[in-house]
Ligand binder design. Sequence first.
Ligand code: XUL
Ligand code: MN
Length: 346
Amino acid sequence: MAKPTVYRFCAGPWNFSEGQDPYGPPTRSPQSFDWKLSALKELGFEAMMFHDDDAVPDIDSKSSAQILKEAKELRKRLSGEGIVAEMVAPRLWFAPQTVDGAYTSNNKKHRQYAIDRSKRSIDIANVLGTDILVLWLAREGTYLREAKSGTRSVEYLVQAFDAMLGHDPKIRLAIEPKPNEPADVAYIPTIGHALAIAQLTRDPKRVGALIESAHAILAGLDPADEIDFAMAFKKLWSLHLNDQNGLKFDQDKPFGSNNLRVAFNQVRALERNGYGRRGEYVCFDVHPFRTTRPEHWLKHLGNSRDTFLRLVDKARSFPEAKAQALINDLNYQDLDQLVLNHLMGR
Ligand code: XUL
Ligand code: MN
């Protein structure tokens, strides 16, 4: 039997957010990048994930040489602290050029902006020592379906992915699907869509996925099934665990906060597929509640990790033989109770 996986944890600078929402300003004073880096260390996390402009602020106003210089300084800073860069993601939802889509904008110049910025993100990833470019396709969808052609949008996405794959022979693209928000309806809402579009690219084996629990729930799916599906293709290269209370705005709650059983099944899926054995990290894309006081600022991350590790124990101690006997007997009533009793400590 394979040795149990020792999980390694990761978070991004945006996961130390200040409490702002669309209806109100920050509730905690902003902290510097250095503060966030030392918070990550204090938590005992080993890796940080980056948007391109988390790594190099004001990226659009800088030359390629300047971007590389700043990325090198960051790499040094991270190595000094013993923190690894897990991925880089181009932030393609802020700039005026991405107002109506980035790779799928109707405007040719804007599509080119998105591709050029993605290539710069790949250059940053190279310097930071990661081969994963995460693509959360925030604005690749529509507010009005009549505004774009779905077929043409797929072609534009494939052209953009091909340009990235051609820019660097080692980079792997991890698509992070989400069905909505900020777009009304997205073009790549699920893992199935991500893995299907991978097949149209010049190098399908370098196009895989990142699953976020909340995004799967927003698509009306069980995140555990999404994990199993991606891992059946050996294409789950990163992970954003969190939680979500139903079909509303993306909440990024602590892992297990809303539905412990759904969280347990995600951990079981990770365990049975060996997630983490090829160097993958467990990242928590969680935010502190708006009410959080500064002295409790790191709790959502520490709590998510604690819940995750307790659920790993629950997955490893699950009475598999008893469960199998109940499955063989089609006694799903008692199987249901076996799971609940196990989660409740009996
Ligand atoms: C958005 C989301 C992003 C990505 C990174 O819902 O999850 O933070 O994870 O761009
Ligand atoms: Mn995410």
